[in-house]
Design a protein around this ligand. Structure first.
Ligand code: SF4
Length: 285
């Protein structure tokens, strides 16, 4: 494969997808439609009023209130969840992520490198790296010192370079140079954890997994969709409530929603396509 893809593209696609730099277009950005949908879903006006009453500056204690508040709200009904993901799908049928890669192997490496780093920062380094090493053999041939040099702009690069070489050696020795297809096998690779496995299984192999990063964690808690104290709790909660037909893209819809709309400090509730469904008491609409 020669072209670069980005995390979030439909599996097997290899075009330069993932131009998600612009926020996905907001829902049927028609507030009337949203109100009417909420009415159909049985949202009580009183609850809405109560939410408004408690609204305050979005930045105020946002982090702590995200978790505590959402746990106290009533769970979403199946109809509401379906409505939310139908809106995400209508607004962005093929969500694209932003982590560039060429094949399952480079996806795996990119995800390992992305821990505590931004996708943009990782892409900057991996464009040159993947141009010379897009297979485990080529990466091992480069050697740890050279890999380190390519990725030195990424946080924790020394340890990450070590892991990239070690996981490449393991792929060659134990998996015929292929990225394995089971969670346990992926998690056995140096530097790869549950989130890495979820991303790779979802993007490379089309599995209905839910990788929970900081954005998904925030959205799951803040909206009340899947409250949880840990990423695993949120992951399992989301898997429980999201209908299978939405699971292939749910991870990216939620990431993009958190990255561009439900921002950590100043959520853009006024353009949020699920603002009538969101349970966060501090939402600003
Ligand atoms: S209304 Fe939307 S943007 Fe605002 S807190 Fe809820 S999900 Fe986030």
């Amino acid at each position: 494969m020669s072209k670069i893809t980005r995390r979030g593209s439909t599996p097997a696609k290899t075009s330069r997808a993932g131009t998600a730099k612009t926020p996905p277009k907001s829902l049927a950005a028609n507030p009337r439609q949203r109100k009417s949908a909420a009415a159909k879903l049985g949202q009580a006006p009183a609850a809405k009023a109560a939410s408004k009453k408690s609204a305050g500056p979005a930045s105020r204690s946002a982090k702590t209130s995200d978790k505590a508040a959402s746990r106290a709200t009533k769970p979403w009904t199946p109809a509401e969840v379906r409505e939310a993901f139908t809106r995400f799908r209508n607004a962005n049928p093929e969500p694209k992520g932003e982590l560039e890669h060429l094949n399952p192997y480079t996806l795996l490496v990119a995800v390992v490198l992305s821990a505590q780093a931004t996708d943009a920062g990782v892409n900057k380094a991996t464009r040159a790296l993947f141009a010379v090493a897009d297979t485990p053999e080529k990466m091992v041939a480069l050697g740890e010192a050279t890999v380190r040099d390519y990725i030195k702009t990424i946080g924790l690069y020394r340890n990450k370079a070590k892991n990239v070489i070690a996981l490449s050696e393991k792929l060659i020795a134990e998996f015929n140079s292929e990225v394995p297809r089971t969670r346990a096998e992926i998690e056995s690779l140096p530097g790869a954890g549950r989130k890495t496995a979820n991303v790779v299984l979802n993007m490379a192999f089309g599995e209905h997994t839910m990788a929970v990063d900081t954005h998904v964690f925030r959205v799951g808690n803040r909206t009340g969709l899947a409250p949880g104290k840990t990423p695993l709790e949120v992951e399992l909660g989301l898997e429980r409530v999201i209908p299978p037909e939405f699971m292939l893209h749910a991870h990216h819809w939620l990431i993009l929603h958190g990255r561009y709309t439900c921002l950590a400090r100043s959520p853009r509730c006024e353009v949020c396509l699920i603002n009538d469904l969101c349970r966060w008491p501090e939402k600003t609409v």
